[in-house]
Design a protein around this ligand. Structure first.
Ligand SMILES: NC(=O)C1=CN([C@@H]2O[C@H](COP(=O)(O)OP(=O)(O)OC[C@H]3O[C@@H](n4cnc5c(N)ncnc54)[C@H](OP(=O)(O)O)[C@@H]3O)[C@@H](O)[C@H]2O)C=CC1
Ligand SMILES: O=C(O)C1=N[C@H](C(=O)O)C[C@H](O)C1
Length: 269
């Protein structure tokens, strides 16, 4: 009988890294084939099971993705933009599936990420949950139906350790609203308002970010029209939704032609 496809998890000591290890352990379709941390990290060379506070599991934490992919079909990567670009090169060289949850890329970094990953099946989304990816489709439809006379504001809330704003999800929702309006988000986005901002520009798509405590991730898309408002909302209460979405992407990606994909492809939305 053939073994289940192997998956390497990057940033394994992080919030999502730990969650991915749990979800892979619970899966009967995938196995953990490697665990990575940044060079110099305390966990390098140690048994992952012990580092996570449990018993030995025989997976030794490393920092070399190329080596780890010799025994794996896929890498799931929730780290930071510079690290993800470096991992994309290794995934491309190995022809592996690279599932990317990392957010906070600049436009230039996104271009670099795409070319670095040539040869891999690169699946990237600022949010891997079914609910958010469905909300993206609904947001596009509602924006198109209401038109730009209804002001669009995306409001997001996350835990205090999050380092990027607006969140990747907020940007996905903003892009969807812009598509519904038939405009480019970069032409209409209003971010980081402070001081005497002047009146809201017609057709603008605004972003606000709340940071605090242990909020997993909450997103509202507010459509404010004359005399009424429509609010679309997603609330994440468990990071497992992101990890399970990422593993679904791994299973979908195995055997696909190299190229760039997102969760719309994976979920068939
Ligand atoms: N798409 C989605 O569905 C979701 C996306 N995210 C995104 O995933 C990313 C990670 O989130 P989260 O787990 O909460 O963050 P954490 O800070 O908890 O974890 C990030 C991990 O990546 C590691 N890391 C950073 N740089 C490198 C590197 N160069 N090489 C190897 N490892 C590295 C960090 O190590 P160190 O501590 O040493 O820096 C840490 O272990 C963020 O961009 C977040 O927005 C999060 C949830 C869902
Ligand atoms: O950093 C997080 O935690 C999250 N990041 C993603 C984002 O930037 O949207 C997804 C989720 O909201 C949690």
């Amino acid at each position: 009988m053939e073994a289940e496809p192997g998956v390497v998890v990057t940033g394994v000591s992080g919030r999502m890294g730990r969650m991915l290890v749990q979800e892979i352990a619970a899966s009967d379709r995938l196995r953990l084939a490697g665990a990575l941390e940044r060079p110099g990290h305390d966990w390098i060379g140690q048994d992952l099971g012990l580092m996570l506070g449990g018993t030995e599991n025989g997976v030794i934490v490393g920092s070399d993705l190329g080596a780890a992919l010799e025994g794996a079909a896929a890498v799931v990567d929730f780290t930071a933009p510079a690290a993800t670009i470096a991992f994309a090169r290794a995934a491309g060289a190995a022809g592996a599936v690279h599932v990317i949850g990392t957010t906070g890329f600049s436009d230039a970094e996104l271009d670099e990420l795409g070319s670095a990953g040539t040869g891999s099946v690169q699946i990237r989304a600022g949010n891997m949950s079914l609910g958010v990816n469905l909300l993206v489709q609904i947001t596009r439809q509602v924006a198109a139906a209401l038109g730009p006379d209804w002001d669009v504001e995306v409001v997001e809330a996350h835990h205090g350790r999050k380092v990027d704003a607006p969140s990747g999800t907020a940007l996905m929702l903003g892009e969807a609203a812009a598509e519904g309006h038939g405009v480019r988000l970069s032409d209409v986005a209003e971010r980081g308002r402070d001081g005497i901002t002047g009146a809201r520009k017609p057709g603008a798509i605004g972003f606000s970010a709340i940071r605090g405590g242990d909020i997993v991730g909450e997103h509202d898309v507010l459509f404010a029209g004359p005399g009424e408002r429509v609010v679309l909302r997603h609330m994440a209460t468990d990071r497992g939704i992101f990890a399970r979405g990422a593993l679904r992407a791994v299973l979908w990606g195995i055997g696909k032609a190299p190229g760039r994909y997102d969760m719309t492809d994976v979920l068939g939305l």
